[in-house]
Design a binder for this molecule. Structure first.
Ligand code: MRU
Length: 348
């Protein structure tokens, strides 16, 4: 699945498959401005770190469409700084906006201060970011697929699949890579409270691909591991610090600790663009807090008494010590991550 983020150049519109409505409805939201794109990200129409990055690149294109006059660069800068802050944890968002800004600077340097000269170059860069993301996920799949054995059941948390990227997925890319290599792999998808990305999205896309998938509630994890039903855990990431500490969907850290207890390998799969080398360790990773209503309600139905507050941290940080390997497009990075991450960037 690669058409869930689709830019129509003639209509100057970005169409996003509305992930809030899956699996019941396949409906596209039309974004005609960068403000629409920001609303779509914050409202979870589109989510998943690499998918947010790709969407942000198209948000930049729509922002440029909307600015004109002598102050166009200043106006554009203001729109891009709001876009870069739409969601705080997934570093791919900032990465994509910065890459588009570097492209802008290159084009301006070569073409003079012409807004019209920038537009085609910007559109081409957004296409490149989208295309490259699929290729990167496929490379993650090839490297990570080798870690799985024929007959393995992989537990995953949240959705790090095609829907969370431009296509193919990171954690689910690893599963797809192993399946493509002829291995029989089954998946357990944690339902992933409070927004159920595992039950709604991971199960939906694996079922479409014919990969066996079973959904379990988040608090079944220890029981399933204890019963020997899980051979490997693979999750995605929203931001990885230079020492390997990894922010991912709330609940990931508990899964990693349980995996260690039961002697099950725990891998993170992510592109190098998810690694924030400016962040020494995970303690400074900003963790998004979302509306309480996502916890106090399921859909529109209230599930706890009026007036009781709720925590709704969207992400947590898994210490690097619990991570067996980080599967990237350049190979599987192993501890000590400060070394292996530095080498991966030197190579890249
Ligand atoms: O809040 P979400 O749904 O954007 O959170 C997504 C995750 O935590 C994913 O695991 C992560 O972005 C990796 S996606 C390849």
């Amino acid at each position: 699945m690669e058409d869930h983020i689709r830019f129509d150049a003639r209509e100057r519109t970005l169409f996003l498959l509305d992930q809030r409505l899956l699996p019941e409805q396949e409906h596209y939201v039309a974004c005609r401005s960068v403000e629409d794109v920001i609303r779509a990200m914050q409202g979870m129409v589109v989510r998943g770190a690499p998918a947010i990055g790709v969407t942000a690149a198209w948000g930049c294109v729509l922002a440029l469409d909307a600015v004109d006059g002598p102050d166009w660069q200043e106006l554009l800068g203001q729109k891009l700084s709001l876009l870069a802050k739409a969601r705080p944890t997934a570093v791919n968002l900032r990465w994509a906006v910065e890459r588009m800004q570097r492209c802008l600077q290159r084009t301006l340097d070569s073409a003079g201060l012409e807004r019209e000269a920038v537009l085609p170059a910007w559109e081409a860069e957004a296409w490149r970011i989208q295309r490259e993301d699929v290729e990167i996920c496929q490379a993650i799949g090839r490297h990570g697929g080798e870690l799985l054995q024929d007959g393995d059941t992989v537990l995953t948390h949240c959705n790090a699949g095609a829907l969370a990227t431009a296509g193919y997925g990171t954690a689910l890319g690893v599963v797809r890579g192993a399946v493509a290599a002829g291995k029989r792999i089954a998946v357990i998808a944690d339902e992933t409270r409070p927004l159920f990305q595992g039950a709604r999205l991971t199960a939906w896309e694996l079922q479409r691909d014919g990969i066996p998938v079973t959904v379990a509630c988040d608090n079944a994890c220890a029981l399933l591991m204890g019963k020997g039903l899980v051979q490997c855990v693979v999750t995605g990431a929203d931001r990885i610090a230079a020492n390997g500490d990894t922010a991912n969907k709330i609940g990931t850290c508990a899964v990693a600790i349980l995996a260690r207890h039961f002697g099950i390998p725990f891998y993170v799969a992510a592109p190098l663009s998810t690694i924030d080398t400016d962040m020494v360790d995970g303690s400074a990773i900003p963790l998004e807090q979302r509306p309480e209503q996502e916890v106090t309600h399921v859909g529109t139905a209230r599930i706890c008494p009026v007036g009781v507050p709720a925590y709704n941290f969207a992400f947590d940080v898994t210490p690097a010590a619990y991570i067996q390997g980080i599967v990237t497009e350049v190979g599987v990075l192993r501890p000590p991550y400060t070394e292996s991450i530095r080498r991966a960037f030197d190579r890249g």
